[in-house]
Design a binder for this molecule. Sequence first.
Ligand code: MLT
Ligand code: ZN
Length: 479
Amino acid sequence: MRSSLIRSATTSLTRGNFAKISSSDLSFFERTVGSSYVKTKDIDNYTCDWTKQMKGSSKCVLIPSSTEETSTILKYCAEKRIAVVVQAGNTGLVGGATPLFDEIILSTSRINNNFHLEESSGVLTLDAGIILADADYLLAEKGFMMPLDLGAKGSCQIGGCIAAGAGGIRLLRYGSLHSHLLGCTLVDGKGTIIKLGGSLRKDNTSLHTAHLTIGSEGQLGVITSVTMGVVPRPISILCAMLAVSSYSHCLRLLSLARSKLGEILSSFELIDGETMKCVERHLPIKNIFNEPHDFYLLIETHGSNGDHDGEKLNEFVEEALGAELAEDGVAAHSENERTHMWRLREESPIAAAKDGYIYKFDVSLPLEHFYRLTEETRKKLGTRARVYCYGHLGDGNSHLNVTTDGEDEELKKELSPFVYNWVVSHGGSISAEHGIGQLKRDYRSLGKSEEEISLIRSLKGVFDPHRILCPYKMIPSQE
Ligand code: MLT
Ligand code: ZN
């Protein structure tokens, strides 16, 4: 049976039955990771999330440098029943890595030494604390590329990307993390080091256990090493932006792009007119087009022959203009122009965050409903709030952002149930790529069957029987 729709989120949280940290615990941690890596002061950067809206507290941050140190810590915490929250780059948008009460923060940022690329197969094994952009930089020297890319690439860590189930701007071309992850090392909630999967492109000998870690949000363990397939770096990367007058034309342009650009189509991103105005209002970036439009599409191609790809992209843009599906269109003629186009899209969240108090949504919807959610939200809120939409249209992933001048408790109570009920009743998912964390914990069962919830709880019990890992978040506890 599927859980029914919800009226409002009213759950109030109480601290779980976990041990409080004592000075002998701190001494043990200092002996394990070294006293410089047990931080008890000036830890606001760890106890607060990127959006600065979720602020928790913690007695200490532990920064182990290896799988073995992580295992020693978790064995100890399991025995003492000390709650732990796992934190990678702290770039998440749902507060999954932020403590609530007094959980220990276990940071993976020092587990970042090993990086090995097997060039003939394109299989990369790297430590989980390595930053995505650094991994990509190292791969570039060998002609390879990380298949995933996202705005937070300069800070997010690869283990965090797996645990968050990150999607990003190239999923359309290269597929989700499920297409790339081959294996990983996980330290479970008992401190046991488990190698999940392996390094072969094909291995059908058992359950694909490594894939359980994708989107697991630290519930099953700490990922300390990742083995994944990487892709050849494209020789030609081209970019164009279209200005469009209606959402239905955006959809027709997506179909046209799929047929005209075929295998080289890598990104198909949408920015709505209100978001573009918001970017121009808050950031020193100008719209590419002189006139304002209702929608903007950012299209990128990845291929191996610049002339051939350029011809295809030009043909696509010409047909889009000729058929009057686009009002205007510009192709990037230099790396600077391409960067300019991407900044408009990648800095949309930053502009929205500067616009006031922000209510963020990350939802998947069937394409016919993708923009209707934004329209319905605007209709519902009227002048009470500003509503922005940008996102990965090619993946059906909308980032709806609502802002108000100050925090509005009434609106907060109404908005999430409205959005999430609307999404589920239109065949969507309440989290496309940002996860559940603490932001969506009250809605985590929405659209899930009782049988699936029960299976998820049982799996949690296998990996983390003492339930010390990331409590109060994605997986409902037994009580
Ligand atoms: C994005 O696509 O820009 C990211 O998922 C961040 C966001 O939605 O705020
Ligand atoms: Zn996104």
